[in-house]
Design a protein around this ligand. Structure first.
Ligand SMILES: C[S@@+](CC[C@H](N)C(=O)[O-])C[C@H]1O[C@@H](n2cnc3c(N)ncnc32)[C@H](O)[C@@H]1O
Length: 218
């Protein structure tokens, strides 16, 4: 039986579908600052060609394409049909495909993927959704498989931190504030993702975390 959503979660689903239907045609321009992290994220996984890879909340598929370019066999999923249509139109890779799906309820069997990734999506989610998404990524990724996450961070320097926080808060949803103040690494660890490597990107405004799926075999 489907889990009952809280009012907060319902509000989030309505918002995501509405916002990304509007942003879909311009999303690649808006996301241009993230373009430098795509290949870095692939290199970070250090996996073999042909690795079965899931890109969660793929948006216009830029991260999925970076995996496909390196020979990974990739599926990108997203809640927004509008944004996935952009990904599908841009797709020139036989080893990349896209499906509409909710990351809190992935339409894949347990242990289906060698790698799963999520970039710049967790900060847009209420904590309860964020946690459900991580649980699903752990479920569909093989034990000891790689889970790679890119998202916002704050620079160490106090003035830069203040400026970046207030600037990003102007255009992101209300969930950014709770996300950036939360302990992402503790959340990953609670969900059996063991952090193996970290990288600071975009002058401290972003981070990439590479984890190993530390779940027990099931
Ligand atoms: C800021 S965009 C990031 C897109 C892409 N990963 C990137 O790095 O450019 C966030 C994406 O998360 C998707 N999303 C949000 N909640 C989702 C959910 N529950 N399931 C699947 N996709 C979701 C949105 O539709 C949107 O495409």
């Amino acid at each position: 039986m489907a889990e009952k959503l809280t009012d907060n979660e319902k509000e989030y689903y309505v918002l995501v579908r509405k916002v990304f239907a509007i942003l879909a045609p311009f999303y690649d321009v808006i996301a241009a600052p993230f373009s430098g992290i795509r290949d870095r994220m692939v290199n970070f996984t250090n996996a073999q060609k042909g690795s079965k890879t899931l890109d969660v909340a793929t948006g216009t598929g830029q991260q999925a394409f970076a995996f496909a370019k390196k020979g990974y066999d990739v599926v990108g999923i997203d809640l927004s049909e509008a944004i996935l249509n952009v990904a599908k139109k841009k797709n020139k890779y036989k080893n990349a495909k896209f499906e509409v799906a909710d990351a809190t309820n992935l339409p894949f069997e347990n242990n289906s993927f060698d790698i799963s990734s999520i970039s710049f999506a967790l900060h847009e989610m209420p904590l309860s959704i964020r946690e459900k998404v991580l649980k699903e990524m752990v479920r569909v990724t093989k034990p000891k498989g790689i889970i790679v996450i890119a998202d916002y961070d704050l620079p160490k320097n106090k003035i830069s931190k203040f400026l970046v926080y207030h600037f990003i808060s102007l255009y992101e949803t209300k969930y950014y504030k709770t996300f950036i103040k939360s302990d992402l690494e503790a959340l990953l660890s609670k969900n059996r993702i063991k952090i193996m490597e970290k990288d600071t990107v975009m002058h401290g405004v972003g981070r990439i975390l590479k984890g190993i799926n530390n779940k027990l075999l099931y």
